[in-house]
Design a protein around this ligand. Structure first.
Ligand SMILES: C[S@@+](CC[C@H](N)C(=O)[O-])C[C@H]1O[C@@H](n2cnc3c(N)ncnc32)[C@H](O)[C@@H]1O
Length: 212
């Protein structure tokens, strides 16, 4: 992707049911509990822990290459690349032993290929943020998610001012909406606009939140 290429434009039909939420944690109250879930891009497992606590998934598949240092924003590092996998493995040891959490180590789109069509109720996508990577992940995600399921994407932002490079999440999401008839049903804000979006197939109104 060239720098600063505009994403394809969404139409009203892609946004007609979109609700704005204060942050990504609010999304968890809107998605099904006791569900089969994947988080793609796990890092330390901080958001995974929220997913478990707030939605009690029947299965949570955590996919990551598990070979990077803890994020630099932390004043101390909980792990370095060489013990990244061990850190997450230890963190979720009880749930892994109980069969609720499954760790899969490898490239996201390759790991997703191991799952059958329509397997997941919802997927949280937060791995590679450049266009080619997000696009590959999304095309696998729309295959493995149920037709009534949801895909959440972190960092729906055009340019990452924290890292000083363009992200491809908006481009990849908008393309899926336009080319595969998906709609954005939630936009979850972030203080620096590293927003999350939740997408689903248009015409699928299975999602009525727990509060509705
Ligand atoms: C932003 S962090 C994930 C943060 C986590 N979702 C959270 O909210 O706490 C991105 C993670 O994606 C992983 N990652 C990046 N590209 C990947 C890829 N192509 N396949 C698998 N993992 C990838 C990195 O190793 C890193 O742990």
């Amino acid at each position: 992707m060239e720098e600063f290429v505009n994403p394809v434009k969404l139409d009203h039909k892609h946004l007609a049911n979109c609700v704005v939420l204060p942050d990504r944690y609010a999304i968890l109250n809107k998605l099904p509990s006791n569900a089969i879930v994947a988080e793609i891009g796990v890092l330390a497992g901080d958001f995974s822990e929220f997913i478990i606590r707030e939605t009690n998934p029947s299965q949570l598949v955590l996919i990551d290459t598990f070979n990077i240092d803890d994020w630099s924003g932390n004043e101390y590092k909980r792990f370095y690349a060489k013990n990244h996998f061990d850190f997450v493995n230890q963190r979720f040891k009880n749930d892994i032993d109980g069969g609720k959490v499954v760790l899969k180590r490898g490239f996201s789109w390759k790991m997703l290929k191991e799952f059958p069509d329509n397997y997941f109720d919802w997927i949280y996508l937060d791995a590679d943020h450049k266009y080619p990577g997000v696009s590959k992940d999304l095309s696998e995600a729309i295959r493995v998610v149920k037709s009534s399921g949801y895909i959440v994407l972190n960092d729906y932002i055009f340019y990452s001012h924290q890292e000083a490079f363009p992200y491809g999440v908006i481009h990849a999401v908008n393309e899926v909406c336009v080319n595969h008839d998906y709609e954005i049903i939630y936009l979850a804000l972030h203080p620096q606009m590293y927003c999350d979006v939740v997408i689903r197939q248009i015409g699928c109104d299975s999602i009525k939140s727990k509060e509705d």
